[in-house]
Design a protein around this ligand. Structure first.
Ligand code: ZN
Length: 374
């Protein structure tokens, strides 16, 4: 463990040393930190370049791919002379050129349930630069089991998302956001969808920023928030996320205790979902219902449950009848959905999002939480 910088490092990082919140102590922290980048493609490229330049002491890279011509439009770690060669060799050469003070460690393998824990255990923070659901679930589960922060990023055409999952500190995990892997064919493949080349530059840089904030312990790490960027309207939107008590990994009664499971061992499928489920707490719902502008509140439980106790303004639409009721619901108003504890309403929210409703939120904890916080 280094406790100070060499004179060459002081010169190199002088613009960091000028920032009071970084300074020499912060730069030494960066020097002693380690980050694992899963993927050296579109998101991994800018993230790795900035983290190396910033002086993060040890960078691990996992990738088994070779550089292809079609990568060069967005994967800025790689250049023409590396086409046909392993991405990791290309990445290592470029990153060592950017900063020879950084240790670049190469894991020239596919990140799988067999090697994930062993590789990730060697690093402080994980950055998800993958492009498929199985790797994302695997990265999430690995980070959770090792109690390491995961910096998430995803891109699609002109839109990107980023966030930090660290349920061992606070907030949800990726599975709380997406309880089950979308069915194959329900989201377009990466080749079909496409992505504007500059977009991963923005999202990957945000991932590097969050990792550096985590190391320096400065600012606010957006635990429980997803930052969504729309390149066409130049807008950022912050979506509030809540830990799902029913989450199979970080919930109250988890049934996932290792990295081998249906999602992490599935074959690759493309990974951007625009149907991110937003949720609100029962306290927030109470405030909304007391306020002047009210959305629509839907109770998706069964009639006998509704008869026992219900929220006054809630409209009963049992989950199985929801498909028949779609036409009666407005798309231009906020819709809040609740059930007993949040499971059925999560399925209802996902269904509504998939059917073109954009202002839908899940009431976290459902009727149980509503009655408990009365
Ligand atoms: Zn979770």
């Amino acid at each position: 463990m280094s406790e100070q910088l060499s004179s060459a490092e002081r010169l190199r990082y002088s613009r960091h040393l000028l920032i009071p919140a970084v300074g020499e102590a912060g730069q030494v922290r960066l020097k002693n930190a380690s980050i694992l980048l899963i993927g050296t493609g579109a998101l991994g490229s800018p993230a790795a370049l900035y983290l190396a330049a910033a002086g993060v002491g040890r960078l691990g890279l996992v990738d088994a791919d070779v550089v292809e011509v079609s990568n060069l439009q967005r994967q800025i770690l790689h250049g023409e002379s590396w086409v046909g060669k392993p991405k990791l060799e290309s990445a290592a050469a470029r990153l060592r050129e950017v900063n020879p003070h950084v240790d670049i460690e190469l894991h020239p393998v596919r990140f799988t349930a067999e090697n994930a824990l062993e590789i990730a255990a060697q690093y402080d923070i994980l950055i998800d630069g993958s492009d498929n659901f199985p790797t994302r679930f695997l990265t999430n589960d690995t980070a959770f089991l090792l109690r390491k922060p995961l910096v998430y990023g995803a891109i699609h055409r002109f839109e990107g998302q980023t966030g930090v999952f660290a349920p061992h500190i606070a907030g949800p995990c990726y599975r709380c956001l997406l309880p089950t892997m979308p069915a194959a064919g329900s989201v377009p493949s990466c080749q079909e969808a496409g992505v504007l080349g500059v977009l991963p530059g923005i999202i990957g840089s945000l991932q590097a920023m969050e990792a550096i904030k985590l190391i320096l312990e400065i600012g606010t790490v957006p635990l429980g928030k997803l930052t969504c960027f729309d390149g066409l309207t130049s807008t950022f939107r912050s979506i509030k996320l809540h830990r799902d008590p029913l989450c199979r990994l970080c919930g109250d009664q988890p049934d996932i205790h290792g990295v081998h499971n249906a999602e992490t061992t599935a074959s690759a499928s493309c990974d951007f979902t625009s149907t991110i489920m937003e949720s609100i707490t029962t306290q927030e719902l109470r405030k909304l219902l007391d306020g002047p502008v009210q959305g629509i509140l839907i109770d998706v439980r069964e009639p006998d449950e509704y008869a026992l106790a219900h929220i006054e303004t809630a409209r009963l639409i049992p989950l199985k009848t929801l498909p028949d009721m779609l036409a009666s619901l407005p798309k231009d108003r906020e819709i809040h959905v609740h059930c007993k504890s949040g499971g059925r309403s999560a399925r209802a929210v996902t269904f509504l999002l998939e059917n073109g409703f954009t202002q839908v939120k899940n009431v976290a904890g459902g009727m149980d939480a509503w009655l408990a916080d009365k």
